[in-house]
Ligand binder design. Sequence first.
Ligand SMILES: [Zn+2]
Ligand SMILES: [Zn+2]
Length: 357
Amino acid sequence: MSLPTSNRALVWVGKRKLEVQQRPVVAPGEGEVLVKIMSTGICGSDCHNWESDSVSKQLVLGHESSGIIEQVGKNVTDRFVGQRVAVEPGNACMNCEFCLKGNPNVCANLKYCGMDPTDGTICQYYTCRTSMTVPIPDNVSWEEAGAIQPVAIAVQLSRRAALNVGQTMAIFGCGPLGLLVLAVAKSHGVKKIVMFDIEQSRTEFAEKYGADVGIATPKNTDPSVDSLTFVQNYAKEVISKHELGHGFDVVVEASGADICSQMGVFMLKAGGTMVQAGLGKPLTSVPFFQVTAKELTIKGTVRYTPGCFADAISLISRKLVDLKPLITSTYPLTKGAEAFEAQHARKDIKIIIMNQE
Ligand SMILES: [Zn+2]
Ligand SMILES: [Zn+2]
């Protein structure tokens, strides 16, 4: 079977400098498929590469892609040409102790699309193992399909938080992850969700998108009040004003600001769980006396585990997670550099690249 002749790819060539280059199309080997990539979402971690001056090679960016199976390799029986699929960006070894325990997200030998030095998926054709592709039903548009991966990340977070019917929840950070966690939490029957951000326009959007309350967090402007007292008093005020009893069941920190982790710990009720998803300063202070006194659980979350993509696709397809209001711009691959400028300007919520255009 002859291979497609064009494979335009969006390539990092220097700090804030991208180039559209032709890359070879790789014929699918045994157990592999060649995917014609239709759409790719871009996110903060792509932007991190974009801004870096120390990527080790001319790297193809991107890790949030979906497309159509163009060719199947030898002995592939569970995928077919023309099938719509999402591409899981993690190529885990499936052999290390973490993979064997079902946690390929923390694989000791993980190769991850768009993460230096592994080429990403903002290209026209991508070849991978069949197990890295997850079928998508026809009622999910290509624009939406470009944002399946971040929903899978929110699903993994919901598993880590053990979300359940009737819980109360605080989410710090009204960016794409915070908003998707909101949508996934509502689909789990979480009954009251309060969202925080420093930008009022974002908390207002969160309310429109389904948060019970959106709050623009204040700054401590009184020099006579130390930061611990400020955080403690503010947590008390929120809990009583919004009738949260002894506090939230679950806190999700998706902003990376250490003051949010501190507020989160004070806002949790005894036995509550905080999931730390935001990446902030490498060293921060957390009021651990609260963790001990209230028997809190603090967990991390990273990437996704087996089944998260399928769950994400199901939520989108059944309209339990509505991506449409979040997708604020689309760009053709050939204008990928502009898409990254826009991502950096942070005016959009979610930007999708149409890879064949
Ligand atoms: Zn991402
Ligand atoms: Zn592994």
